[in-house]
Design a protein around this ligand. Structure first.
Ligand SMILES: [Zn+2]
Length: 133
């Protein structure tokens, strides 16, 4: 074990276990894409037989769409995390390059910001959303 190579992350995450975790979650996300699309299509095909008012029916695909967007976001986040693992930068904050707290990586391997930076960004996003809506 080369525990202390120069430039290594002192809080070095267990890269291989994170790689496995991310890969398997990516598979899950990929799997849930296909059935979601199938379900939306099935809902549309059912339209003619349900006799539901148009507005009731249209609400369903809209929900599927936002679920799909969340999945797509998640997938991109996980793919980016894998890329960082391959690049050797996994576990470093994208904003300030500090090491991300291990427990944060543990709870979400797709995390790209340290606690300080995510707090900052959340506050910013909240301000943005406040303006937007
Ligand atoms: Zn940071």
């Amino acid at each position: 074990m080369l525990a202390n190579r120069t430039g290594d992350n002192p809080l070095k995450p267990d890269i291989e276990s994170f790689r496995r975790r991310i890969t398997s979650e990516l598979t899950q996300v990929g799997d849930s894409f296909a059935p979601a699309q199938g379900a939306a299509t099935a809902a549309l095909l059912d339209l003619s037989s349900t006799g539901l008012p148009f507005m009731d029916v249209i609400a369903q695909p809209a929900m599927d769409e936002s679920a799909r967007e969340r999945l797509e976001l998640r997938r991109r986040k996980l793919q980016a995390a894998l890329a960082r693992i391959n690049a050797g930068t996994f576990g470093c904050c994208c904003e300030c390059e500090a090491y991300i707290e291990p427990e944060r990586l543990e709870s979400d391997p797709g995390t790209v910001f340290c606690f300080d930076c995510i707090t900052e960004r959340d506050a910013e996003a909240a301000r943005r959303d406040g303006r937007h809506y």
